[in-house]
Ligand binder design. Sequence first.
Ligand SMILES: [Zn+2]
Length: 131
Amino acid sequence: MTPEEINQLVAEKIMGWTPKPCDLEETQQEWTVYDDGYCWCPRCKVREHISTFEHGIIPPPRYSTDMNAAWLVLQHIDEEWDELIPPFAYNLGVTFATSDGFDTFTLSFGQLVRLTPEKICKAVLKTIGAI
Ligand SMILES: [Zn+2]
């Protein structure tokens, strides 16, 4: 899976994200116009010549590569997911399965520092059966 595919799945299946057309004009951001006539929009990431430029769909946050964005996923899970937290923690590799279910949360410092946005996203998607 590409990072973009992971971002899209996490956004839609976990974070309740829906595609939204670019609304650059309503923000304080500005697009970039290059000397060759091409423009780049920081909201929808479209890069096209100014003569044919059309804004696109704003892409989802970069959950799989940006720890700040991945942390929003963890907070969402903490707030919304009660019963799925144990299997999620198991898929993340920070707890153990026992015959009674899952053991208590056992994240060590060594595990903590090895968490990456990609690992968090894949564990979430595995927990809901999306991958
Ligand atoms: Zn745009």
